[in-house]
Design a protein. Sequence first.
Length: 201
Amino acid sequence: MKYLAILLSGRGSNFVAIADSIDAGRIRDARISAVISNKPDAAGIATARQRGLNALVIPSKGKTREQHDHAVVAALKENRVDLICLAGYMRLLSPWFVQQYPHKILNIHPSLLPAFPGLEAQEQAFAYGVKVTGCTVHFVDEELDHGPIIVQRSCQVLETDNERTLAARILEQEHIAYTEAVNLILSGNFEIVGRRFCKKN
Ligand code: GAR
């Protein structure tokens, strides 16, 4: 059995996609041991409670990054955690946090990195006028939206799209991509060569 922690700040649809995949057996031999939000009013934390999961609020407001990260890592260490999934966690992790869990922290970003890192990636892609965009699941390293790429899924930008319809189409791909990435990592059947994530045989 592998134990996942989910870190989120908002809606939590990627968290729900992972939880549904576990419940449906698309991700096997895994459990979510903690769902942690830095925002008390995150919808994702209410959903975690409804699902009977261990839902923790660790407010970031009024704390330095180091103070907050120490509190989050302490909570992670109290719960068994093999893999940490950032799912709309709108905070940068300090280098210290990243170093506690080498190659054990994943993030999902709503663009084909390295295009459009940072905030509002879907809006950035729409405004830039790209014809194809998508999402990326990657390891978290000490730089923003930067670590080795595990899974990318693409989608077309349609003539009829606006920012909202494009973001919704990317989100469908995000939900599929995160399950794929978690399965790849939990299999342990990979190596990282430079920046390249390589499946073994
Ligand atoms: C998702 O689109 C995710 O890719 C994005 O926040 C949204 C969270 O939605 N994350 C980032 O932009 C991180 N840089 P959710 O709360 O419904 O999963």
